[in-house]
Design a protein around this ligand. Sequence first.
Ligand code: XIL
Length: 450
Amino acid sequence: MLLSPAQAAEPVYEPLRDAAERQGVTLGFALTPGHLNQPGYREIAEREFDLVVAENAMKWDATEPSQGSFSWGQADQVVDFAAAQDADLYGHTLVWHSQLPGWAESISDPARLRDAMYDHIDAVAGRYADDVDSWDVVNEMWEGDGSRRQSVFQRVLGDGYIADALTRARQAAPDADLCLNDYSTDGINAKSTAMYNLVADLLADGVPIDCVGFQSHLIVGQVPSSYQQNLQRFADLGVDVRITELDIRMNVPASQNDLTRQAQDYRTVVEACLAVDRCTGVTVWGIDDGHSWVPDVFPGEGAALPWDAQYQAKPAYSAIAEALGAQVEGDPDPDPTDPGDPGDPGDAACEVTWTNAGWDTGYTGTVVLTNTGDAAWSSWTLTADLPAGQTLTNGWSADWSQSGATLTARNAAWNGSVPAGGSVQIGYNATHGGSSAVPTQYTINGADCA
Ligand code: XIL
């Protein structure tokens, strides 16, 4: 039977921004201020997100429709909304071939185009220098094969325009992080490798570059398998990374099966970000399927966002919530200062049996968690210090992640409650650099059980 999303109601979680904050990331969305007069849109915008990016309002055609004459109305509304929400503000975008007004597109003299680019950066980045936390300074500079896109900037100014734009943006907005952003750079491929090499060169040349954005306009079932590895290789260069424009589209009308697969994909993306220390968070490209850019650009496709056109939460919303470790609204919030609470370390008595079955480069870990206290757990989180050289590859029966040496497993939706005296078994695979020893330090819900 096919269930409509409304029939398969999703649980209500705490505001996702609160869960994101505990994970040390921000959860963003692309805002079109005109939509805020719709109560359903506004409610989600205000409740869930702690980062805002303008879907269109800060682009060149919106801010400088004719040369030297600026229009700030929409952009200011985005800035004001972010401030009122105490949310970060992400600037998108200063230099881009698209949504570029005809007057700029048609400049063929290098000196004139450079001046126009600098004036634009000075005006827009300068105006919001105290507001914008990070800028997409240059957007979509690559072709699929990793060659430079032949934008007017590339054709008229040559390869150096990206370094010049970054350097100018640093002067105009000294406190903002400066990013490069593109699509189809989400996995390891020719295009992302071109970006990688550029970032390495810019860093070597002392050009200001702080971050790389991965748009992640994805198709259901097609999250690249090298997604996390790709984020990690950029992070290893010494820049921050961010998922900047996430949506996951499918053929419409959407089947229940695709909505379920989509939820898994959203979860994979959020988990990949959480697993990479320098990933600052995830931004969703809109809120609801009724206002998504996808159907306009990919005919026959849509349903790409976590809320449907009636602002009902889809399985993708729950998947993001679970990946962020959000608590279901109304569930007892484990308060470590309340001695009677089952989440209190004082009475979360626990026992852990850890068995690793290894081979030369990896092992499978089996972990049995036993509740030896006299109160049931409604949820549990296991943390352990992995011996050096061990890296989680995947796991089951829990949400697994690793940050530095710390391995974390959070209960899955179905095995969170463990009665007094009860046990739950979970497992994972890891690679090791010589030792598949079991950890000696671990906690459950903050209580030491080693
Ligand atoms: C899209 C907006 O969502 C649409 O409203 C607009 O009509 C076209 O641009 N990559 C980007 C974004 O960097 O700026 C684009 O946003 C989507 C693709």
